[in-house]
Design a protein around this ligand. Structure first.
Ligand code: GDP
Ligand code: MG
Length: 174
């Protein structure tokens, strides 16, 4: 299909919407706006000569019903799992999502692009999760890893570049 579907998961307040808004619109807001699920579209290049539509779904995180999470997972081609480096709890909350990903994707999970993302790296004084721990978990889970700041526009494009680079069935570039 010409669509490439990416779902963004993570606990409330980690910066899912901020990362998606920063990537799609280049904007950032300090105001917390609990969102409803929304999908953003962007044209990207596929296999050198063609284009396809990158669809990014900003999920509502823990407010999403398990049945909806399951649906987002079964429809999705690639996944961004976000925690905040200022909250160990937010990292722990990704555990059930990883389990559901493995359950829904089955053996194909090894070919599914997933990046673990520690957001709010600008808040160094409030850090609760070391970079080493994030890297270690990503290694265990077989996912990519990056630390970002939606606020400072740090590593946001790189996050999506890394995700697309993990797709081996087509060559996707921003
Ligand atoms: P979501 O619930 O995961 O969608 O989180 P939001 O994107 O709504 O962000 C929650 C709060 O964290 C908001 O007040 C944002 O301004 C703030 N925030 C998001 N990203 C960053 C970041 O990289 N650094 C800092 N310092 N704050 C952030
Ligand atoms: Mg949100």
């Amino acid at each position: 299909s010409a669509d490439y579907r990416v779902a963004v998961f993570g606990a409330g307040g980690v910066g899912k919407s901020s990362i998606v808004q920063r990537f799609v619109n280049g904007t950032f807001s300090d105001n917390y706006v609990p969102t409803i699920e929304d999908t953003y579209r962007q044209v990207i290049s596929c296999n050198q000569k063609n284009v396809c539509t990158l669809q990014i779904t900003d999920t509502t995180g823990s407010h999403q019903f398990p049945a909806m999470q399951r649906l987002s997972i079964s429809k999705g081609h690639a996944f961004v799992l976000i925690y905040s480096i200022t909250s160990k709890q937010s990292l722990e909350e990704l555990g059930p999502i990883i389990l559901m990903l493995k359950e829904v994707k089955g053996n194909a999970i090894t070919e599914v692009p997933i990046v673990l993302c520690g957001n709010k790296k600008d808040e160094e004084s409030k850090r609760e999760v070391s970079k080493a721990l994030g890297e270690k978990l990503a290694g265990q889970w077989g996912t990519g890893f990056i630390e970002t700041s939606a606020k400072n526009n740090d590593n946001i494009t790189e996050l999506f570049e890394q995700l697309l680079a993990r797709e081996k069935k087509r060559q996707l570039t921003l």
